[in-house]
Design a protein around this ligand. Structure first.
Ligand SMILES: [Zn+2]
Length: 327
């Protein structure tokens, strides 16, 4: 499933054809178009040039311009292609004349005959063609991008959300770009149990998570995917008998926030006396019963976060870099 690093790879692919003019649009399957017909999509893009793309979370956004016109036309005149890759989508370029794949749903044919192809098997998400304001509105519903979010802002996100820390990490409205693999990888590296309530994550743990998130994302974005290296949790989780790359303990698996989650019970204890009691039995339906991590009458193992973090929450939202900025 494409996560931030995959989409970052697609951004590089799209950036490679920035500046070229679209000679023709072939819509093999209009099922990936959202809010627009195949005919209108093809007509409105034909003859336009692709600008430099911008990524936020798992969204890829590419402005297009008509030579010499849209600059004067202002905001409303710019047409923006928004791509989301769902579970199975991807973007690739092909030289002229290469045979099409059955899952090449939409193909932009450039002036020189080369092609930009949106390939997707399951068609869960797709492509939109919108104006700049609509693009901004769509992105404004997302949390800060996981690759660029600062530590204070990240810790504010954790402190301000109900639910388990794993659920918050993969919630795109909290922080944008992380999927199942990345969330587990980051939590394992930071030694935080995925079932911990996000609000109980300590400042020290939040600091570790933010640092590991940056490291994981930098490395994975270079690879264009979440790599299954032997030193990564991702490299061990699909083994027949998955073990912790760090300590060799058998990994545990369970459903959290409806997603299959892996963690090391030794490296990621549940925060209560270091015991691993995070998940009770019967989690197969993905809905874990809410369990008190602290028995009544005992002080919480992790005291609530100090008010300094709530003061930071009132800071104005970071200004989103505009996709149309010069690059
Ligand atoms: Zn371990």
């Amino acid at each position: 499933m494409p996560e931030l690093p995959d989409v970052e790879g697609f951004r590089r692919t799209l950036d490679g054809v920035a500046g070229r003019r679209i000679a023709r649009v072939d819509v093999a399957d209009a099922g990936v178009l959202r809010g627009i017909t195949a005919r209108a999509f093809a007509r409105r893009l034909k003859g336009r040039r692709l600008g430099h793309p911008y990524r936020h979370g798992k969204w890829l956004v590419a402005p297009t311009a008509q030579d010499g016109r849209d600059r004067e036309a202002g905001v409303g005149g710019v047409r923006v292609v928004m791509l989301h890759f769902g579970m199975t989508g991807g973007l690739l370029t092909c030289p002229a004349g290469r045979e099409r794949h059955p899952h090449d749903r939409v193909v932009l044919v450039m002036e020189d005959g080369s092609e930009l192809r949106y390939r997707d098997q399951r068609k869960l998400q797709g492509i939109r063609l919108v104006d700049e304001e609509t693009a901004e509105r769509t992105l404004a519903r997302l949390g800060p991008d996981a690759m660029s979010v600062g530590e204070d802002e990240f810790e504010d996100v954790l402190a301000g959300r109900r639910g388990r820390v794993k659920a918050v990490l993969i919630d795109q409205s909290a922080v944008a770009g992380l999927g199942n693999l990345l969330a587990d990888e980051i939590l394992w590296r930071a030694r935080v149990n995925p079932a911990r309530p996000a609000r109980e994550v300590t400042a020290r743990e939040g600091h570790r998570m933010h640092g590991e998130m940056r490291r994981v994302l930098r490395s994975a974005a270079r690879a264009g995917r979440v790599p299954d290296r032997p030193g990564w949790l991702t490299g061990h989780r699909d083994r027949p008998e998955p073990d912790c790359p760090r300590c060799g303990t058998a990994l545990r698996g369970g459903r959290i926030a409806g997603r299959h989650t892996m963690w090391c019970p030794h490296c990621q204890p549940d925060g209560k006396d270091g015991r691993d009691g995070a998940l009770g039995p019967g989690g197969k339906d993905g809905r874990q019963p809410r369990r008190l991590l602290t028995p009544p009458g005992r002080p919480p193992a992790h005291p609530p976060r100090t008010p300094t973090t709530t003061a930071a929450a009132s800071r104005p939202r970071r200004t989103r870099p505009r996709w149309s900025r010069g690059r």
